[in-house]
Design a protein around this ligand. Structure first.
Ligand SMILES: [Zn+2]
Ligand SMILES: [Zn+2]
Length: 209
């Protein structure tokens, strides 16, 4: 199963660790006695209210809906030099936010949500969360079929160079099938960098490149 479909690896807000705790499911003590993550995780949520987001403001704020249906506020605390180069146009309704190592955060006013400071640890893709989950379910289905041509079901040897998940027996089959494959391929290709990581092993924090 793809890690994206695993809510333990891509948890909703209520399953994230709280910022001031060291929850045993997420953290372990290393040989120096320091707590560090025992695995990677990544919050996933679709932007549902971007009306507070404005590049003229110092800080971006928006609401996202997580995989459990919870709507939570997200605040971006970006340094001034990053803010100037950050493409805020991706922060719009219907896009999906991924935030690695996200933690539950309590704001000064007592409300809860995400506080994101490091742009290399979050990524926004221009697809709805439901569509992303569907694409990964479809991709999992292909994996179960083994190396079978998506077009003619013959034994397949080469795979789509973009998503690297769909197999084809020949170029002709791939070309014939492109129209049908394209929507899923686009999503798998865009989200690929988010899921391409062995999430079970932690040696250091891994940012999106
Ligand atoms: Zn074929
Ligand atoms: Zn593809």
């Amino acid at each position: 199963m793809s890690v994206l479909l695993d809510p333990r690896v891509f948890p909703g807000y209520n399953d994230l660790p709280y910022e001031n705790d060291v929850e045993p499911d997420y953290y372990t003590q290393n040989h120096r006695g320091v707590f560090e993550p025992r695995r990677h995780w990544c919050f996933m949520g679709e932007i549902v209210d971007d009306t507070h987001s404005d590049s003229a403001f110092l800080r971006h704020r928006m609401n996202v809906r997580d995989r459990d249906g919870a709507v939570i506020p997200v605040f971006f605390y970006l340094d001034a030099d990053i803010r100037d180069t950050f493409d805020a146009t991706v922060l719009k309704n219907g896009n999906t936010l991924f935030a690695r190592y996200a933690q539950q955060h309590s704001f000064m006013d007592g409300s809860e949500g995400l506080r994101l400071e490091e742009p290399e640890l979050f990524r926004v893709v221009p697809f709805a969360m439901e569509a992303i989950l569907d694409a990964y379910k479809e991709g999992d289905g292909w994996a179960q079929d083994g190396k079978v041509c998506r077009k003619c079901e013959a034994k397949a040897t080469h795979r789509c160079g973009k998503c690297k998940k769909a197999f084809y027996c020949t170029r002709e089959c791939q070309t014939d099938h492109w129209k049908a494959h394209r929507p899923t391929c686009k999503i798998l290709t865009a989200v690929g960098p988010v899921t391409a990581l062995d999430h079970t092993r932690f040696t250091d924090f891994v940012s999106f490149t």
